[in-house]
Design a protein around this ligand. Structure first.
Ligand SMILES: Cc1cc2nc3c(=O)[nH]c(=O)nc-3n(C[C@H](O)[C@H](O)[C@H](O)COP(=O)(O)OP(=O)(O)OC[C@H]3O[C@@H](n4cnc5c(N)ncnc54)[C@H](O)[C@@H]3O)c2cc1C
Length: 390
């Protein structure tokens, strides 16, 4: 094994956090070695075409959105955008429902046309009065009452997290909008778009614009730390793994993805259901909150990418327990998990020459724009500490 290489910054993980911080440090004149144990860069945002030629997100669908013009401007240096309305529906009791809950959902629920004021009155009568919702059950029942909560949220959340909504932070279900008009957009952010040619192409452009960055794939952290001498380490992997799980493993939730592709001929038969030639289902994402299905959602990304192709691919998403041999997709958003994380975080705070950034190193579910912001902020801090390298 080589031990005599040297770099300024050794960066573990070639996802959004690792690549953005590498780009910023390279722009300040520093050398960065970025390593990732996977055989590709992009982290969980990596995308590629599958055997049917359909652009897929192998680690689950990644809907880019942001309220930060600064972050959109930064990423726009590396990509053009394809504007998207991320459409979703729910499927339960044998039918599709408009979702997130809005006036259309209410009409489907009562089986006749209604008005905003009628729906508002209904909500007033049915919601459970809770002034300061403390968990995911309370945050939904305090807005829509028990019946709609049980129909759309309870089963989905139980499958996704294997925990009752009352044992999860209010933010988990609380981020889903509930509206009394007919606005059925899934997300509320001002900017909603996908990189025009995909995330992998965005990262490729970013790497090409970063002469100080060397990328090494198929290399694990333990190998990397002995291979490169460095002045500062940036770690974007799981923080408990960094410390060899000395206080025990942090809890995570993982996923299994089942892909299925369909030809143009097969899709013709689905048209009565999808309502759109060339598609398998009526929206990009359909949630399955019922107990009949073990999966939580079916995603047909072609609705969002706008890819012109006859075939399509759908992905069924099955939540599963995390074990050390599978990807830790989601930190658990619950109080006792945060307490367990705090012990690692205290150790990390005492490491002057290591930065912990990103979703796994900070044990927090962040969206892509947020980790981009975190990486830019950490790069600024490091540049003010170490200066620029002429
Ligand atoms: C299923 C799913 C859906 C999501 N959907 C959205 C969405 O719609 N919109 C949105 O904005 N965000 C979404 N996200 C969040 C998004 O994935 C993250 O914000 C983003 O990927 C975080 O980037 P990161 O670099 O911190 O982590 P990652 O993308 O996880 O990258 C970390 C990298 O580090 C590598 N690594 C880890 N440990 C080691 C080690 N010991 N040695 C070497 N390499 C290592 C990993 O292989 C990985 O490539 C989703 C996440 C998941 C799991």
């Amino acid at each position: 094994m080589e031990t005599d290489r040297s770099t300024d910054f050794l960066i573990i993980g070639a996802g959004f956090s690792g690549l953005v911080i590498a780009e910023r440090l390279s722009a300040a004149g520093w050398k960065c070695a970025v390593v990732d144990r996977r055989d590709h860069f992009g982290g969980n945002a990596y995308d590629r075409k599958d055997a049917a030629g359909v652009l897929i997100h192998p680690y689950g669908p990644h809907y880019f959105r942001s309220n930060s013009q600064r972050i959109v401007d930064y990423l726009s240096k590396f990509t053009e955008w394809h504007a998207v309305d991320y459409t979703i529906k729910s499927h339960t009791r044998g039918r599709y429902w408009s979702f997130p809950i809005n006036l259309n959902t209410f009409e489907e629920f009562i089986g006749r046309p209604a008005t905003t004021s009628e729906f508002s009155d209904w909500l007033e009568q049915n919601k459970v009065p809770i002034s300061d919702p403390k968990n995911s059950e309370e945050v939904i029942i305090s807005q829509v009452g028990r019946e709609l909560y049980e129909l759309f949220f309870e089963g989905y959340t139980l499958k996704q997290w294997k925990r009752h909504p009352r044992d999860l932070d209010a933010s988990v279900c609380g981020r889903i909008p509930i509206r009394t008009n007919r606005d059925d957009r899934y997300l509320a952010e001002n900017f909603q778009a996908l990189p025009k040619h995909g995330y992998t192409a965005l990262f490729e452009t970013m790497l090409n614009a970063s002469p100080g960055v060397e990328l090494h794939l198929g290399v694990d952290f333990h190998e990397a730390r002995t291979r490169w001498k460095h002045k500062h380490l940036i770690f974007t992997g799981a923080i408990d793994e960094f410390y060899d799980r000395r206080f025990g493993a942090l809890p995570y939730r993982s996923l299994r993805f089942e892909h299925e592709s369909f030809s143009a001929g097969q899709l013709r038969e689905r048209e009565p259901i999808s309502g759109k030639p060339g598609f398998w289902q009526p929206a990009m994402q359909v949630n399955y909150p019922g107990t009949e299905e073990a999966f939580t959602r079916i995603v047909e990304l072609k609705h969002a990418t706008g890819q012109q192709i006859d075939a399509t691919t759908i992905v069924r998403e099955y939540p599963k327990d995390w074990t050390p041999d599978v990807e830790p997709f989601y930190p658990i958003p619950a109080p006792e998990a945060r307490t367990a994380y705090q012990r690692y975080s205290d150790l990390a705070a005492a490491e002057p020459a290591t930065s912990f950034i990103g979703r796994l190193a900070t044990y927090r579910y962040y969206n892509m724009d947020q980790v981009t912001g975190m990486a830019i902020a950490e790069a600024d801090k490091l540049i003010s500490r170490y200066g620029t390298n002429p």
